[in-house]
Design a protein around this ligand. Sequence first.
Ligand SMILES: Cc1cc2nc3c(=O)[nH]c(=O)nc-3n(C[C@H](O)[C@H](O)[C@H](O)COP(=O)(O)O)c2cc1C
Length: 199
Amino acid sequence: MKTVNQKSALKILKREIGFLDNSLKNSDNPFHFFCFSTIKNKNPESRTVVLRNFKKEPMRLYFNTDERSSKVLELKKNNSCSALFYDNKRRVQLRLHCEASIHNNNQLTKQIWDKTPLQSRKCYMAPFAPGIELEKWVPNLPKEYLECDPKDEHSFIGFKNFNVIELLVKSFEIIELHYNGHIRFKLHENSNEIKFISS
Ligand SMILES: Cc1cc2nc3c(=O)[nH]c(=O)nc-3n(C[C@H](O)[C@H](O)[C@H](O)COP(=O)(O)O)c2cc1C
């Protein structure tokens, strides 16, 4: 029978942190995308986002979004949120509870904006706020840049809408599926003690 103890669980945790790191530059890694959930009034709301950065100690995740989007409004009311990752090939799920901070028009957003390709900056120049109901479908992009990228000097108009969301990880749960017993455990912020959980 296999045994899993604190030491081997910590090894699994380290391995998964390695996968999160790798996903930043590797869109084939399923952790490149995650399901991000917020609370809207009392109801959950989930959507897919791209993991843009990951920092350890304290553990933080980052993704980019539009200041005008519903998720930002929801986070302003309640910054408690969750991030869910799943690697189908390795059969590993990561479930993180987080507290979000919204970065807008500051040093961090400026640094990241400067490295953001013009093609991606274009999304933040969209005439309609994301989530608006339309009478008929139209591409939500500036008309003059439908088929081309904006010029660097014009793209700045999107900067005010460009947000970086920082997620401070409060708890990190892993479940690894096995026919002979799933391995499930959790770690809380500021603790190195693994808590095993039944699955
Ligand atoms: C593969 C994929 C990646 C996405 N990445 C992001 C992202 O990094 N940031 C983002 O704001 N929206 C991203 N979206 C769009 C969101 O899923 C969502 O539709 C949008 O942000 C509006 O969400 P909201 O109305 O809940 O704010 C992505 C969608 C897909 C399908």
